[in-house]
Design a protein around this ligand. Structure first.
Ligand SMILES: *[C@@H]1O[C@H](CO)[C@@H](O)[C@H](O)[C@H]1NC(C)=O
Ligand SMILES: *[C@@H]1O[C@H](CO)[C@@H](O)[C@H](O)[C@H]1NC(C)=O
Ligand SMILES: *[C@@H]1O[C@H](CO)[C@@H](O)[C@H](O)[C@H]1NC(C)=O
Length: 220
């Protein structure tokens, strides 16, 4: 009996602890609870700085062409060229410097004049307290301009509901290989919720709304 209880306890402890990102409950119920605490949350600003390595030409490229238009290579802006990337993000510009995450997503040449990329990507952090959290970028990137400002449209994990700006500046580019190292300054607002705010029990209301296929009304 005692063994059974111990096993049951361990099982519960493991299933409760494992699915979380640094103590953050990422189950649907955990997310609901987090939203309920939002009225008591504190908005906070976070700044991140890192280097993005777009490795196009190499034995192991991190950005690979996945599509093109039939006249992409007759176009002065390579209109229609699309690449999928899983680019390393590092602390310093050197490629062998410490990796803090990956830029995973797609960029495509979306402008007939000037070179303007459509950037749709997630910054997937893999280090320290941000490990497992993401920020999503949806932006316009004129790669030959000095500063390219791109919106942070959301986030997950400790960056839930993030809104902000990522500014890209080319650190180094090789026009022949197209390999580039790009410096990113990211600033955004997200929320710090406090664990001690009591659960006010609106789980049932949420369930009903979902059943009725309604937009869930917030209590904010
Ligand atoms: C490129 O594709 C378009 C649309 O499918 C077609 O009309 C055109 O003839 C193609 N051009 C070439 C050079 O293949
Ligand atoms: C990040 O989290 C994963 C599990 O989600 C773990 O395997 C990995 O070791 C962690 N990395 C760091 C640097 O903490
Ligand atoms: C690379 O190409 C861009 C755009 O054509 C140009 O402005 C830049 O000077 C070139 N860089 C080098 C090192 O040739």
């Amino acid at each position: 009996m005692e063994n059974f209880l111990l096993m049951a306890f361990l099982f519960l402890a493991i299933t409760i602890i494992l699915p979380s990102t640094h103590g953050l409950d990422q189950s649907p119920k955990g997310v609901d609870k987090w939203f309920k605490k939002l009225p008591h949350a504190k908005a906070k600003m976070t700044k991140l700085h890192f280097y993005f390595h777009d490795i196009v030409t190499a034995k192991n490229p991190s950005a690979i062409q996945i599509a093109q238009a039939n006249n992409t290579f007759q176009s002065p802006t390579f209109f229609g060229l699309v690449r999928m990337m899983d680019n390393p993000l590092t602390v310093n510009p050197e490629p062998n410097s410490k990796i803090i995450g990956r830029a995973q997503g797609i960029y495509g040449s979306a402008s007939f004049e000037d070179i303007g990329l459509l950037m749709t990507l997630n910054l997937v952090f893999t280090n320290g307290k941000y490990n497992g959290s993401t920020l999503s970028i949806l932006g316009h990137n004129q790669i030959f301009h000095e500063y390219r400002e791109m919106p942070i449209v959301g986030g997950s994990g400790v960056f839930r509901l993030a809104k902000g700006i990522a500014t890209a500046k080319t650190y180094q580019v090789d026009n022949t290989t197209q390999n580039a190292i790009v410096e990113y300054h990211v600033v955004f607002v997200s929320y710090k919720v406090f664990a001690e705010i009591p659960d006010r029990g609106i789980d049932l209301e949420v369930t009903d709304s979902v059943k009725n296929n309604d937009v869930v009304k917030s209590e904010l």
